[in-house]
Write a protein that binds this ligand. Structure first.
Ligand SMILES: [Fe+2]
Ligand SMILES: [Fe+2]
Length: 245
């Protein structure tokens, strides 16, 4: 469904088609054909290929991105262990999340299309976001990593989305706090990350939104909805504790 159709439906909230439309948009948003849960044996087999995947990654991205990927993998593993998430899946997601980042635009576009999901216009119109769905298709189709949760974590690692699984949150946050990150305020997000993933999403999401708004950029719906979800959960209490600190 196009964003235009959704907007038209929003204009008339009494329209009974709205709920159906939103549900189908949500379903389209998270369905990735051909994915399922990996068996423990299949996961083991992929973990046994870590060195091979590192070699592949090294050939696909520049040096800086390679170092970033190793760091995100380490951070994702640590955050997974702290949050009862499968550390092997988290490590692989961290390692491979940016595998399409430095690839030519036409290749990113091809893999993004190959994913087969009905992507929202705000992703299609922003090339910087392509590597996430493209990377998801790459690991599914080239590496045979069919795990639905891992594929989604990679697909949404740039924008986030509401209703993220614990693995999705781990990757999203690990990408914000990996050891080489030095944007202003990173210490605060990092400190929150190792205490509570949702707090890190609240603070990190706020940074992202502020930075987009300051540059008059489009704010994408998934990021906004993710932020609203955590803000509704812990925003007010968080503001109170932050002002006492
Ligand atoms: Fe990325
Ligand atoms: Fe990244």
């Amino acid at each position: 469904m196009s964003d235009d159709t959704l907007k038209k439906l929003w204009e008339n909230p009494a329209n009974p088609e709205l709920e159906v439309a939103l549900q189908s948009a949500e379903a389209a948003n998270v369905c990735t054909a051909g994915t399922r849960e990996l068996t423990p044996e299949e996961l083991e087999a992929h973990l046994a290929k870590v060195e091979e995947y590192k070699e592949l990654l090294k050939n696909q991205v520049d040096e800086r991105r390679y170092a970033h990927s190793l760091n995100v993998a380490d951070a994702a593993k640590e955050l997974a262990e702290l949050n009862g998430v499968d550390a092997g899946k988290a490590y692989l997601c961290g390692l491979l999340h940016d595998i399409e980042k430095n690839r030519p635009w036409d290749e990113q576009e091809r893999y993004m299309t190959q994913l087969g999901d009905d992507l929202p216009d705000h992703v299609i119109q922003n090339k910087k976001l392509w590597h996430a769905p493209a990377g998801a298709a790459f690991i599914r189709d080239e590496l045979g990593i069919l795990d639905a949760d891992m594929i989604r974590a990679i697909k949404y690692h740039t924008t986030g989305r509401p209703n993220m699984s614990p693995l999705e949150k781990v990757l999203y946050v690990a990408d914000y706090v990996s050891i080489e990150r030095d944007y202003p305020g990173v210490e605060r997000v990092r400190e929150a990350a190792y205490r509570n993933l949702d707090e890190a999403i609240l603070i990190g999401g706020r940074f992202t939104l502020i930075s987009l708004l300051e540059r008059y950029r489009v704010v994408n719906y998934d990021t906004f909805a993710m932020y609203n979800e955590v803000a509704a959960e812990l925003g007010a209490a968080f503001e109170e504790s932050a002002s006492k600190a």
